[in-house]
Design a protein around this ligand. Structure first.
Ligand code: S3P
Length: 178
């Protein structure tokens, strides 16, 4: 686990974790409670590219998406107004992203692969899950666990919690009350 960033300065609060952990719903709830803007890196990538995440994967491939994702994350983190940021599940793959994330306050939303598989069922906007979603989630979660651990200042286990309950836990974990 990363050591806590220095206090006394308002920082971005970033949610990391696998697809299906609820980063977007929780991030919106946390942002509303803190009165901060909410930024979702997937939405920012799509907005900046003028194409959906799926279209970017299909047309240009995952590496191109990761480059756009890194730019979007850097732009979000460069904003002087402290925000709540939901980082796409694979944002931790790049070392430059991880170095940037460690300067923010990062909460890892963690869930068992079975929880993730149940939650992503029916959603079709994640191209990495087109084939064998349960197996892919299990494999990606195992590969990424050390990377989430490296950037996170706190972890919240989300398995049995509603987004509102996770938001409460995130605010407590981030030292923002709640
Ligand atoms: C990805 C997660 C997605 C999105 C893309 C790839 C991943 O974001 O960035 O489909 O590699 O884990 P969410 O974590 O917001 O679903």
């Amino acid at each position: 686990m990363a050591s806590s960033p220095a206090s006394g300065e308002a920082r971005h609060l970033v949610l990391v974790g696998m697809m299906g952990t609820g980063k977007t719903a929780v991030g919106r709830a946390v942002a509303a409670r803190l009165g901060r803007p909410f930024v979702d890196t997937d939405a920012l990538v799509a907005e900046r590219a003028g194409r959906s995440v799926r279209a970017i994967f299909t047309d240009d491939g995952e590496d191109a998406f990761r480059a756009l994702e890194a730019e979007a994350l850097a732009a979000a983190l460069a904003s002087p107004r402290p925000a709540v940021i939901a980082a796409g599940g694979g944002a931790v793959l790049r070392a430059d992203n991880r170095a940037r994330l460690r300067r923010a306050r990062v909460v890892w939303l963690r869930a068992a692969p079975a929880t993730l598989a149940a939650r992503v069922a029916g959603a079709d906007h994640r191209p990495l899950l087109d084939d064998d979603p349960a197996g892919t989630l299990e494999r990606l979660a195992a590969a990424r666990r050390p990377l989430y651990e490296e950037v996170a200042h706190a972890v919240v286990d989300v398995d049995d919690l509603t987004p509102e309950a996770v938001a409460d836990a995130v605010l407590r974990a981030a030292g923002e009350g709640g």
